[in-house]
Design a protein. Structure first.
Length: 77
């Protein structure tokens, strides 16, 4: 007979929310569920969050344009 009992794993120990009925000793399978606390926070860039006094110009984009890397020995033509 299978029983499922909720619990919490904390500091190397499993704390059950209730004791299993009619079981004094048994093999177990422990499944770790996705924790709500461990989800990575979304990192969203929003328009204007890096806004400053100086606006980007066409010249700024030309300076930043990638023209290949001579040391990677790839043909960028």
């Amino acid at each position: 007979m299978f029983q499922s009992i909720e619990g919490v794993y904390k500091h190397g120990k499993i704390e059950l929310s209730e004791l299993p009925s009619d079981i004094s000793e048994s093999r177990v399978i422990v499944t770790f569920l996705e924790s709500k606390n461990n989800k990575p926070k979304k990192q969203i860039m929003q328009f204007g969050m890096f806004f400053g006094e100086k606006k980007s110009t066409e010249e700024d984009f030309q300076i930043a344009e990638f023209h290949g890397d001579i040391e990677d020995e790839l043909d960028w033509s």
